[in-house]
Write a protein that binds this ligand. Structure first.
Ligand code: SAJ
Length: 403
């Protein structure tokens, strides 16, 4: 039996996937409300194919509880925030979960950590717990998750995986467990390499997004069309530039690269500058709003609306979202009034938030497309006659502004 600890964005789908592929799974989370929601048959976030997977896993007998189980394999997938000042990973949730597991884990059990951690975290923060508790019989493994919100179920099935272990044989056993559902290649390596690969993957993407964002700024400065330039450059066989945008959100690409900056401040220069470039994008958009209002003679900020609150399209996840960053920046400039709407966010989370596209559009003359949800792509004609700042180059109406 596998005990999955932490039933959030990663632990929950992973537990479901294993259960629906014949593995006996019990999911544990200390959040009573979350466990009650799952036990009542409801998922806690939206994701393509997740409800079907949940039904299959329930049929297969998956259970959810707040209790840690006595078993031979644990998978820990709890959040790893970072300290905003030091930029270092904060492994407190991982350490707390490991301590809880050690209370019940039998001799020789395997403890797999899926949470993203910076290289050396297991050595520095987790192993000392085992030593202090005299539990060096426990086998440590790191199996960093790799799935992308919006396509999690597909990617769980198809992505290649990395398993880092002290003991190759234990690594192979865990690889076999993941192979119960994973159709990709599973590489077994050591723990520190696995930790590093995960952070490097997200850093690669962050640096490349920063490059696209920097190009957008250069092109704006000299009135060049960044999208046309990227399109042409990408026709070169060895060039593949990503797309500029209003900023980088989510709990990975906007966070993990900071771990490298925090741990290697004098070495991680390109990474540091890239992260600052991406973090500066919401302010850049705010400035574009100001420029466009000046150009069009608009003076009433309450007639300006931000479309989208989530960190990217077609998900309901708002963690580190560029829109939230922009609204915070607006407040820091002692201004208020921007209207906001997102079809995926039903609760009121910010001021001046709308819950119907039509009502939102009636209330504004200037729309800033912050997120390219399918809803706005399918309703582009409704933006006709309005001032539009399209941060994703999806709107083909005449006179549209870009970042
Ligand atoms: N973005 C751009 N321009 C682009 C692509 C993305 O501005 O060309 C922005 C998005 O709008 C979003 C942010 O970047 O705000 C990140 O979005 P994303 O879709 O690139 O990635 P995430 O954060 O949803 O998921 C990433 C994935 N990592 C990589 O692609 C290397 C996923 O595979 C990881 O599992 C996940 O991080 C994680 O948990 O680490």
């Amino acid at each position: 039996m596998i005990n999955v600890i932490g039933l959030g964005y990663i632990g929950f789908p992973t537990a479901l996937m294993m259960a629906s592929h014949g593995v006996e799974v019990i999911g544990t989370d200390y959040n009573k409300e979350l466990v009650a929601t799952l036990n009542a048959g409801h998922t806690t976030f939206k994701e393509d194919g997740l409800d079907e997977l949940f039904r299959d896993a329930l049929k297969a007998g998956i259970k959810f509880t707040t209790e840690y189980q006595v078993t031979d394999t644990y998978i820990v997938s709890v959040p790893t925030p970072y300290d905003k000042f030091s930029k270092k990973v904060d492994a407190c949730y991982v350490v707390a979960a490991v301590k809880d597991v050690l209370r019940v884990a039998p001799k020789g059990a395997t403890l797999v950590i899926e949470s993203t951690i910076s290289p050396g975290t297991i050595e520095k923060c987790v192993r000392p717990v085992l030593v202090a508790e005299k539990r060096e019989d426990i086998h440590l493994v790191h199996a960093p998750e790799r799935i992308i919100p919006g396509n999690m179920v597909y990617e769980l099935l198809h992505n290649n995986r990395t398993i880092g272990a002290d003991d190759k044989e234990i690594g192979e056993e865990v690889a076999k467990l993941y192979a119960s559902f994973c159709q990709g290649e599973i590489v077994v390596t050591d723990i520190k390499t696995a930790e590093m690969t995960k952070v490097v993957e997200n850093t690669f993407r962050a640096v490349n997004i920063a490059f696209a964002n920097e190009l957008a700024k250069i092109c704006r400065h000299d009135n060049m069309d960044v999208y046309e330039i990227i399109k042409i450059c990408n026709m070169h066989p060895r060039v593949n530039i990503l797309q500029p945008g209003p900023g980088v959100g989510g709990h990975c690409i906007s966070v993990d690269p900071w771990f490298l900056v925090g741990d290697y401040p004098s070495l991680a220069k390109v990474i540091d500058e890239s992260m600052k470039t991406n973090d500066g994008m919401p302010d850049f958009v705010l400035n574009r709003i100001y420029e466009i209002m000046k150009e069009t003679g608009m003076t009433d900020i309450s007639r300006v609306g931000l479309y989208g609150l989530t960190y990217k399209e077609n998900v309901d996840d708002m963690r580190e979202s560029p829109t939230l960053q922009l609204l915070e920046s607006q407040e820091r400039h002692l201004a208020t009034g921007l209207k906001v709407y997102d079809p995926f966010i039903e609760k009121d989370v910010v001021k001046n938030q709308y819950h119907s596209l039509d009502e939102f559009l009636d209330a504004v003359d200037f729309v800033v497309i912050m997120v390219k949800h399918n809803e706005i792509k399918d309703n582009m004609d409704k933006l006709a006659g309005k001032t539009v700042l399209d941060c994703h180059n999806i709107c083909r109406l005449p006179g549209v502004y870009h970042i």
